[in-house]
Design a protein around this ligand. Structure first.
Ligand SMILES: CC(=O)Nc1cnc2ccccc2c1
Length: 446
């Protein structure tokens, strides 16, 4: 304040405290249920994770895209009974439009591909990192938002696309110190399911529903799975046969049971041979029980799991060749994956390999007395113009306070602007790690 009194306007005894227009009731300083704030430490970890997402995407030649968090509800209305649909964070906006906070990114990506149409030559390799939402009854105390890294290849029907995507996730894991003994990928194909259902002449439109029921195999009791499968129209025999096929863990066995080489086995054989060439064979295994909980997958599906079996799926994805056509687009083949920001952090904590990320400022600059505040600002600007980070002390503080702050912000150097030095066009420098102290001409400071 003008009179230099740091007590603020109502400091002086004469004037009464300013009347508040309305009594401000204490607001809840916590974020809404199921959501998170990102204070500096958490934000450093999130930035580190997203930086690795982006670096890997770049290594694979993918381009970043983004979409609104708010989408038309119609994008996510699917009739296969997915959990993601009955947890849709949807509402009617002031224009009476049915809208939703996106629960996943793939439908938005499909919408953008169709919108771009012929103007973007295929194949497309796009990635996105975006916040996704769900409205869960808080009974389960689970989060209502998380960030997902998605990578998608649009316009490639061959299994080389899925092999490339899995390779990119392996690269990501290796970058952050996660190995093939920590995690693996269970890989299967929904064509396995298709071939079994076809033997029982079960209609295609049941396909999505059956997948969603099977995805719950490890989450609900087996007799409930059987009941659900019968309730969508499968016979006792069909259910038994399907469950037997789903327990298969070897491709050779699968080929026997399916009575010969079909598309499913051919795709999977090609994927496993490509995995060999990419050098990630030890990371993947065939597991017929993997179907994933999204109705639109049509072929290869995969999910990253922790080998100790303590955590939920780390990531998941697969081929979705029909999604674009269900949105009225052309019949364009596509595949992709989603990688959430929650389980991976739990895994890193479990493995004790969370990165040490601290704030690192190169300089802290402070004026040794009040009338040198301007000079300190000049010094800060000189350093900043050279690309050096500076924490400029903005008030008249005792040196003890400055040293304490320098330690807290992990400053490498303390630049002291004092009268005697300033008169000679110099500043004091103290290297905080070694304690070494010297004076330097302002124009020689680098
Ligand atoms: C472990 C976790 O936080 N999962 C999570 C959290 N929020 C979501 C929000 C939308 C869709 C899926 C979600 C999944």
């Amino acid at each position: 304040t003008e009179n230099g009194d740091s007590r603020g306007r109502s400091g002086s005894l004469s004037a009464p405290p300013p009347l508040l227009e309305e009594a401000v009731q204490k607001i809840d300083v916590n974020p809404p249920k199921g959501t998170r704030d990102f204070p500096p430490e958490e934000m450093r970890l999130r930035n580190w994770l997203f930086h690795n997402f982006r670096e890997v995407s770049g290594l694979y030649g993918f381009e970043e895209v983004d979409f609104p968090v708010l989408e038309s509800e119609a994008l996510f209305i699917r009739k296969a009974g997915e959990e993601i649909k009955d947890q849709l964070y949807c509402f009617e906006d002031r224009g009476n439009r049915r809208v939703a906070l996106r629960p996943e990114l793939t439908p938005s990506l499909a919408r953008l591909v169709i919108q771009k149409g012929k103007s973007v030559p295929l194949p497309l390799k796009w990635f996105a990192v975006g916040q996704c939402w769900r409205y869960e009854r808080m009974t389960r105390g689970r989060r209502r938002e998380h960030y997902q890294w998605n990578m998608d290849i649009i316009g490639v029907p061959e299994v080389t696309a899925e092999a490339e995507l899995i390779s990119s996730i392996v690269t990501f894991f290796k970058r952050i110190g996660v190995t093939a003994s920590d995690v693996g990928f269970k890989v299967s194909s929904r064509k396995v399911l298709q071939e079994v259902l076809r033997c029982y002449s079960i209609s295609e439109n049941l396909f999505g529903k059956v997948c969603i029921i099977i995805d719950k195999i490890e989450k609900i009791p087996m007799d409930e799975i059987k009941k659900d499968l019968k309730s969508v129209g499968m016979s006792e025999e069909a259910v038994e046969d399907l469950l037997r096929v789903l327990s298969i863990k070897s491709l050779t066995k699968l080929e026997e049971i399916l009575g010969g080489p079909g598309e499913a086995v051919a795709d999977l054989k090609q994927l496993f041979s490509l995995a060999e060439k990419f050098g990630y064979s030890e990371w993947i295994q065939f597991d017929a029980s993997v179907v994933r909980g999204l109705a639109y997958y049509t072929g290869i599906v995969f999910e990253g799991f922790d080998r100790e079996g303590k955590l939920r799926a780390i990531c998941g994805g697969g081929r979705y060749d029909r999604l674009l056509s269900t949105f009225g687009g052309d019949d364009i083949p596509a595949c992709g994956f989603g990688f959430g920001d929650a389980v991976i952090v739990e895994l890193l904590k479990e493995k004790g390999i969370l990165p040490e990320l601290s704030l690192q400022v190169e300089n802290i600059v402070c004026a040794l007395d009040g009338d040198l505040q301007g000079a300190a600002a000049t010094v800060a600007t000189i350093l900043r113009d050279k690309g050096q980070s500076v924490d400029l002390v903005l008030e008249n503080k005792p040196l003890k306070w400055v040293f304490k702050r320098a330690a807290r912000i992990n400053a490498q150097r303390l630049i002291l602007v004092g009268n005697t030095e300033w008169q000679k066009g110099m500043v004091g420098v103290k290297i905080l790690s070694s304690g070494e102290q010297y004076e330097v001409k302002l124009n020689e400071l680098e």
